[in-house]
Design a protein around this ligand. Structure first.
Ligand code: ADP
Ligand code: ZN
Length: 750
C-alpha cells in the first residue's frame, strides 16, 4: 500500500491519505480527499511513501483531478520556502497560490463535480512517429513529391511549424495548419500524421516581433542585463522616469518568447497598467494574458490550468499573485516598479513580498529576474552595492527628454507674503497658468482622497470618529457623508455639532475633492478631472478619466498616489505636489524613502515629451534633506544618507523586522496577552523586542490592536529567530486565558 502526504488549502499541517492501487497518482497532482466529516477538498500530493503512518483510520484519496501535476517540484520548493520564511503552513501558501476553481471544495462529491472546471482543449496534429525523423521525412518527400505534391507540401509545413513553435514533441495546433478537414483525414488514414486533443496554448516560438529601436544607452543596458542573466544573477535596472525601461523589457520579452519560454511581467496594480498592456498587446498580439483579482474566477482558473497543462511560451502581465502561476522552468520574470509597497501582501498569510519571492524563484527554478525602478527600494539597492545583483543604470531620459526642473515653494513664507490662495502658492498657480496658456496640461497631487480628512467643531473641538476604528471620519462632499477610510463605515455629515449643538463646524486639512473644487474656481475655463479611489471605482470609470486626459479633453488632473504609477501623458508640463509635509511626517522608518519615491514618481509625469517639465513642491520644510534630494534628483545621495541612518538604528536593510499584531475585542485581555508574550520573547530575544505598543491603528472593525516588533540584525540567523519565535507563540497560545487572542505574524513587515 502507498501513502500520500497531501497539502490542503488550510492553516493546517499535511495529512496522510492512502492510495488505492488503481489510482495512478504522482507527486504534484491535484487530488480530491475528504477532510472532516462532510467536507471535500482539493489537495496537492506532496510526497508518496510506503511507510504506514501509525494512526488507525486512514482515508483514501478519492480521485485525481487533471491529466498531469499542477505543482512542479520547483513550485513545491518555493511553497516550502515561503511557509518557512513567512511562518505559515504550506496549506496557506496553496490557498493563495491556486485560483479557487482549480482547487474546488464542497460538502458533497456531486457539488464538487459541479464546481470543477476543465481546462480549455483544442485539436493538435503531428507527423507520424517515423516521419518525425528528418531523414525519413526527406526520403518520403523525395519519393512522393511528383505524384502527390500537395500531400508532401502539407507534411513539410507541419514539420516546419513544429520547429518554428519550438514544439518538443512535434505536435502543433490544428488551427495553424493550412489544410481542409478532408486533407488531414486523408493523411491520418494513410498513417502519415496523428491527431489528439490537448489543452489550448497560446502561439509560441519563432515569431518576428516589431520592436522599438533602442538608443545606445538602452542597448548597453540590455547587454548588461543579458550578461547578468548569463551568470545566473538578478539584474536591478535603475532607470530614471522616461528613460525607456519598458523598451528594454520589450526586447527581453521578445527574445524569451521566440525561444518558446514563459515571461511574467509583474506590475503593482493592473488597472493603472492599461497603457503598458495595450502597448505590449500591439507588439505581442495573441500572446499577452493578464492575471489579477478583478477577472472572473473562471478566467483565472482556466489561465492557471492552461499554463499548468500546456507547453508554455506565454507572456503574463499580472499582479503579485501571478508569481504562482505554473510557469515552465527558466522563465523570465520582470518586476516593474520593484519598490512599490503593493508587492507586499499584508492582510493575510502568507504575508509575502512578491519582489523577494521572485528572486528566490530565480534561484529555485532558474528564472531570470529583472527588477526595474526609477527609485529602487533600499533593499535592492544594497544588494546591488554588495554585488549580489548586477546594477544597471539609465541616467537620462530617452530621446530629447530632459528631467523636469523642480521648484521648492515654502508655504509658510508664501502665507506671510500674501502669496497663497487657499491651498496653492503663487509659484504653483503661475506655472499652472503658463501650461494652460500654452495649451498644455497640469497634474496636482495630494495624498488624501475626500474633501477634508476631518471636520471639527470650533466651539468645543469635537471631531466625529469611526465607532469601530477610532480614527477621524473623512468628509466627502459629493456624497454629503463622513466616511471611515479603514472600514468603510459612513454617516451623514452633521450640520450641528453632535456634542455642543452649535453650528460652528469647520473642515480641517484638504483632500483631492477640495483641491479639484478650488482649482476649478481659480481657473474657471480649465477642464478639471479627478483620479482617486472615489472616481475610479470601476475599471471603466478609471479608463474614461485617463483617456480623456490623454486625449487632452481635460487640462488639469487632480489625484492621489494613483498618479505616481508610471503614467505616460504627453502633454503635462506642470506638476504640483500640494503638501509634501504629510508625506515626510508619517511615523514609519521608511517615511523618507517612501516620500522620496512618491515625489520622484509624480515629478516624473512632467515633461515626458520634448518640452521641459516643471514641478512645484509645496512644503513648510524647504530645507528638509529629502526635499533637496528630490529637487536635485539625486537618488544616490538620498540612499547614502538614508542607509547610514538605517544602519545606525538597526533598521532594514540591515535587519529584518518581524511584526506581531495582536487583536482582541476586549482591551484587558489584549493588554495582558501582549505583555505576557513580550515577556516570553524578551527572555529569548532580549533587547531585540520592542513593545508592546498600541498599533498605529489602535482599533479596527471593533477589535483592539497592539503590536510587538522583533528586530533581527543581519548576520543573526533569521531561521533560528523564526524557530524561537514559533516556540514563544506556542507557549502563549497554549495558555487558556489567551486562547481567543488572534496573533498575526508579518516577516519583513513594512
Ligand atoms: P520609463 O518606463 O522608463 O519611465 P518609458 O518606457 O515609458 O519610460 O518611455 C518613456 C517614453 O519614451 C515613452 O513615450 C516611450 O515610448 C519613449 N521611448 C523610450 N525609448 C524609446 C525607443 N527606444 N524608441 C521609441 N520610443 C521610446
Ligand atoms: Zn472604521
Amino acid at each position: 500500500m502507498l501513502y500520500a502526504q497531501v497539502v490542503l488549502p488550510l492553516a493546517q499541517p499535511m495529512y496522510t491519505f492512502s492510495l488505492d492501487e488503481g489510482l495512478a497518482v504522482e507527486v504534484g497532482d491535484a487530488v480530491v480527499v475528504q477532510f472532516g466529516s462532510s467536507r471535500f477538498y482539493t489537495g496537492i500530493v506532496w510526497s508518496i511513501s510506503t511507510t504506514k503512518p501509525d494512526f488507525p483510520r486512514i482515508k483514501p484519496i478519492i480521485a485525481k483531478l487533471y491529466s498531469s501535476p499542477l505543482v512542479s517540484p520547483e513550485a513545491q520548493r518555493l511553497w516550502e520556502w515561503m511557509a518557512d520564511y513567512y511562518m505559515c503552513t504550506v496549506g496557506e501558501v496553496m490557498r493563495m497560490a491556486l485560483p479557487s476553481l482549480a482547487k474546488p471544495s464542497a460538502t458533497s462529491l456531486a457539488e464538487l463535480d459541479e464546481r470543477s472546471i476543465e481546462p480549455p482543449m483544442e485539436g493538435y496534429v503531428a507527423l507520424s512517429e517515423e516521419l518525425r525523423d528528418e531523414e525519413a521525412l526527406a526520403a518520403y518527400v523525395t519519393r512522393h513529391e511528383r505524384r502527390a505534391p500537395r500531400r508532401t507540401r502539407l507534411l513539410d509545413s507541419i514539420a516546419s511549424l513544429a520547429i518554428e513553435r519550438c514544439s518538443n514533441d512535434g505536435f502543433v495546433p490544428r488551427r495553424l495548419v493550412d489544410a481542409t478537414a478532408e486533407q488531414l483525414a486523408d493523411l491520418r488514414k494513410r498513417g502519415l500524421i496523428v491527431a489528439e486533443q490537448r489543452v489550448v496554448t497560446r502561439d509560441s516560438g519563432g515569431d518576428k516581433f516589431l520592436l522599438p529601436v533602442l538608443s545606445d544607452a538602452q542597448h548597453q543596458a540590455l547587454q548588461s542585463i543579458r550578461a547578468a542573466h548569463g551568470e545566473g544573477r538578478v539584474a536591478l535596472l535603475h532607470g530614471v522616469t522616461g528613460s525607456g525601461k519598458t523598451e528594454i523589457y520589450i526586447h527581453l520579452i521578445a527574445e524569451q518568447l521566440s525561444k518558446g519560454g514563459d515571461v511574467l511581467l509583474l506590475v503593482p496594480e493592473i488597472v493603472i497598467t492599461s497603457q503598458l498592456i495595450s502597448r505590449l498587446e500591439r507588439i505581442f498580439e495573441g500572446r499577452t494574458t493578464t492575471y489579477h483579482s478583478r477577472l472572473t474566477p473562471l478566467r483565472r482558473g482556466q489561465t492557471f490550468l492552461r499554463l499548468a497543462l500546456s507547453n508554455g511560451g506565454e507572456l503574463i502581465v499580472g499582479v503579485r499573485s501571478s508569481l504562482f502561476l505554473p510557469f515552465a522552468k527558466g522563465a523570465l520574470v520582470i518586476v516593474d516598479e520593484e519598490h512599490d509597497p503593493s508587492y507586499k501582501q499584508s492582510d493575510m498569510q502568507p504575508r509575502y513580498n512578491a519582489r523577494d519571492v521572485a528572486v528566490v524563484m530565480g534561484r529555485l527554478s532558474d528564472a531570470r529576474v529583472v527588477l526595474g525602478s526609477a527609485t529602487p527600494s533600499l533593499e535592492s539597492y544594497v544588494n546591488a552595492l554588495a554585488g549580489k545583483y548586477a546594477y544597471v543604470e539609465l541616467k537620462e531620459r530617452w530621446g530629447d527628454g530632459v528631467l523636469p526642473e523642480v521648484v521648492v515653494s515654502d508655504t509658510i513664507r508664501a502665507v506671510k507674503r500674501g502669496e497663497r490662495k487657499t491651498h496653492f502658492n503663487f509659484d504653483l498657480l503661475r506655472l499652472v497658468r503658463r501650461s494652460l496658456d500654452d495649451g498644455e496640461q497640469a497634474i496636482l497631487f495630494q495624498n488624501r482622497r475626500g474633501y477634508a480628512p476631518y471636520i471639527q467643531c470650533r466651539t468645543c473641538g469635537y471631531s466625529p470618529r469611526c465607532p469601530h476604528c477610532n480614527v477621524t471620519l473623512t468628509e466627502h462632499r459629493t456624497t454629503r457623508r463622513m466616511e471611515c477610510h479603514y472600514c468603510g463605515y459612513t454617516v451623514e455629515r452633521p450640520s450641528v455639532c453632535p456634542n455642543c449643538e452649535t453650528q460652528d463646524i469647520t473642515t480641517m486639512g484638504f483632500g483631492t475633492e477640495k483641491v479639484a473644487e478650488e482649482i476649478a474656481r481659480l481657473f474657471p475655463e480649465a477642464r478639471v478631472e479627478r483620479l482617486d479611489g472615489d472616481t475610479s471605482t470601476s475599471e471603466r470609470a478609471f479608463k474614461r478619466i485617463v483617456t480623456r486626459f490623454e486625449n487632452r479633453e481635460a487640462d488639469i488632473l487632480v489625484g492621489t498616489q494613483i498618479l505616481t504609477k508610471g503614467f505616460d501623458f504627453g502633454g503635462v508640463t506642470t506638476v504640483g505636489i500640494l503638501n509634501a509635509d504629510n508625506l515626510l511626517s508619517t511615523p514609519d522608518f521608511r517615511a523618507s524613502e517612501r516620500a522620496f519615491q512618491l515625489m520622484m514618481q509624480v515629478a516624473g509625469r512632467a515633461g515626458r515629451r520634448n518640452d521641459r517639465g516643471r514641478v512645484v513642491i509645496q512644503t513648510s520644510q524647504p530645507k528638509h534633506p529629502i526635499i533637496e534630494y528630490v529637487a536635485s534628483g539625486d537618488y544616490h545621495a538620498m540612499a547614502r544618507v538614508e542607509l547610514a541612518e538605517r544602519k545606525a538604528f538597526g533598521y532594514p536593510p540591515y535587519s529584518h523586522l518581524i511584526r506581531l499584531l495582536l487583536r482582541h475585542e476586549d482591551y484587558d485581555t489584549l493588554h495582558r496577552a501582549s505583555h505576557a508574550l513580550a515577556e516570553v520573547l524578551r527572555r529569548v530575544f532580549g533587547a531585540r523586542v520592542m513593545g508592546p505598543v498600541s498599533a498605529a491603528l489602535e482599533m479596527l472593525r471593533g477589535e483592539h490592536r497592539s503590536e510587538i516588533m522583533l528586530k533581527i540584525e543581519s548576520g543573526a540567523s533569521l531561521s533560528r529567530a523564526r524557530k524561537l519565535l514559533a516556540e514563544a507563540l506556542k507557549i502563549v497560545g497554549d495558555d487558556a486565558q489567551y486562547k481567543t487572542v488572534k496573533i498575526n505574524v508579518d516577516v519583513d513587515a513594512s
